[in-house]
Write a protein that binds this ligand. Structure first.
Ligand code: ITT
Length: 213
């Protein structure tokens, strides 16, 4: 492969926050991340796997098949110890009745309700992010990143998305929603997964980091 060839990777997610975070963290020269809106994708992908890995692969394989380009999916969620790992793979639709995604606000409210009266020491949780990269020739890579923290008693902060206002990260004494983008992107589950993916991409494509991170 020539050294100046641009490698396009499609971010197989409808979540604009994920695309933004992935784009900011995946600083590799010659790798261009395109979003599903760049591809005019309006379909639904049924996430019927039973693990983060299975769901990430389902999303990446579907998009890869559709466009014939390397596709990168992110399946992520929040696992709360007191709730035996819930909401886990159901994080996006935790507060929904059917299969429709609930709003972030509904999900946060439900989580705070389920943890009502639970003391601070029992509110430990982790964010998990599995990235799956699927190539048209059938090669597949999955990597997993995690970030440990705990669930607050109330929402704190206005940045980020999803469960960020209630996910407290002890080393920085802030919730993810109280952090700047740069702070969250230097410690998050997604950052830890992206770091592992970058190592793979550097090996496969002989690309280099742009030094932005
Ligand atoms: P795609 O499937 O299209 O990628 P989605 O938002 O439905 O978008 P998931 O099925 O992976 O993605 O669900 C992940 C949910 O977990 C997400 O909607 C948030 O509620 C939560 N989540 C994941 N990463 C998060 C983060 O960095 N901060 C806050 N919440 C997060």
């Amino acid at each position: 492969m020539e050294n100046n060839e641009i490698i396009e990777i499609i971010a197989a997610t409808k979540n604009a926050h994920k695309v933004k975070e992935l784009g900011e963290m995946l600083n590799l020269d010659r790798i261009k991340l395109k979003s599903l809106s760049d591809m005019d994708f309006s379909g639904e992908i049924e996430e019927n796997g039973s693990t983060f890995e299975e769901n990430a692969l389902i999303k990446a394989e579907t998009v890869c098949k559709l466009y014939g380009k390397p596709s990168l999916a992110d399946d992520s969620g929040l696992c709360v110890d007191f709730l035996s790992g819930a909401p886990g793979i159901y994080s996006a639709r935790y507060a929904s009745v059917g299969n429709e995604n609930a709003t972030d606000k509904d999900n946060v409210n439900k989580l705070l309700y389920e943890l009502k009266g639970v003391p601070e020491k029992d509110r430990t949780a982790k964010f998990v992010c599995v990235l799956a990269l699927v190539f048209p020739d059938g090669r597949k890579i999955t990597v997993k990143g995690e970030c440990n923290g705990s669930i607050t008693f109330d929402e704190r902060g206005f940045d980020g998305f999803g469960y960020d206002p209630v996910f407290y990260y002890p080393p920085l004494c802030k919730t993810f929603a109280e952090m700047s983008e740069g702070e969250k992107n230097s410690v998050s589950h997604r950052k830890n997964a992206v770091d592992l993916l970058k190592k793979e991409l550097i090996d496969i494509f002989n690309v280099e980091t742009t030094g932005k991170d």
